[in-house]
Design a protein around this ligand. Sequence first.
Ligand SMILES: *Cc1c(COP(=O)(O)O)cnc(C)c1O
Length: 417
Amino acid sequence: MGRRSDRAQGNGARPVSAADESHGANTRLVGAGRREEWTGPVVNPPVWRASTHLYPNTAALREGGKHNADGRFFYGRRGAPTQWALADALTELEHGAAGTVLYPSGVAAIAGALMAVLRPGDVLLVTDNAYEPSRVMANGLLKRFGVESRFFDPLDVGGFAGRFCERTRAVLLESPGSLTMEVCDVPSLAAVAREKGAVSLIDNTWASALGFPALERGCDIAIMSLTKHVGGHSDLMMGAASAGERWYGPLRQTAQALGQVVSPDDASLALRGLRTMGVRLEKSAGSALAIARWLAGREEVAQVLCPMLPGAPGHDLWQRDFNGGCGLFSFILKGRNAAATARFVDALTLFGIGFSWGGYESLALPIDPSAIRTDSSWPPAAWDAEDRRGIRLSIGLEDPQDLIRDLERGFAAMERE
Ligand SMILES: *Cc1c(COP(=O)(O)O)cnc(C)c1O
């Protein structure tokens, strides 16, 4: 957990590198969270493996117990400089954030943020394109605690205000949506939520703070699975939620009440990943766009669902609201059944078959999002035919021409009945 360091005010820390907001994203990634009090004389903060923090005497122990402040030693559950440096870095990258809370996974971040906001009797509006575990959480855990969830069509901006009732406390957004990748008009939806007195939370894992400055676009709480782009190397699980002054406190208190803490080793890995996130995102987004273009030209493909691709659904909003993209997108195959999709994916040799994404290695996953929808007009016609199946690709750092050759193998295998 960490609150934005205000170096200008002087907290004893000399800035190692200025993570000034006038700087570009990659410059800010290099400097973010690097306070001398966290790092000492070296570049990166050490891995502080600590449960016990020792006090010099009982007076200091008593004094320590009185303060529950960011960046103060107390007990390992409240973190040490390794975790504080990571939280600080994420806060610096999220324009408008007063602080960031770290969680042991992205799902824990979503749960922690929702629990910080919701009370029994509240209604939560959930985008119908939500990540599946978010749906499961809404329909299970939250229901058990007396919160009613209602799903809404993320593309129906005009009808959104009509979804609110006097009990609507919060809105959970996700853009682009999981699997189907539709981009929604976040500034408009967040403005409606604010007008109705509801808190807006967004799962911003796809774009990260670099690609979509969620708080600046009107959201109250920005959530990310750090497992994906920040980690970037498929070797850690972590999540984060950042918020401005109004919601940072409740996020932090709720996380502390739930005993949420991340390991210093994982925080160190996440910090390491964070430094190269900009170049990795740029590379994988560029490759993804090239591959999406190539797929759009294949006659077996009904539709490419990649917001970065001109002409694809959501492209105009993506251009208006986003500063960047990533390697994750989906495409729909024409009139294919699940067996054909499976043959396609099984024939790939460079793409791994697996969940998650945002790692340096490419992944492919057969998808059928119809099973996790409630009432959206989406997916459009391309998905309506019974046997139309999709594939989600997470493009990594391989050379795109090799990945295209691999996908050619998939198409060839699909034709072999
Ligand atoms: C993976 C993912 C999460 C959850 O992250 P974990 O770190 O795996 O718990 C949340 N939202 C989206 C959109 C994801 O893809």
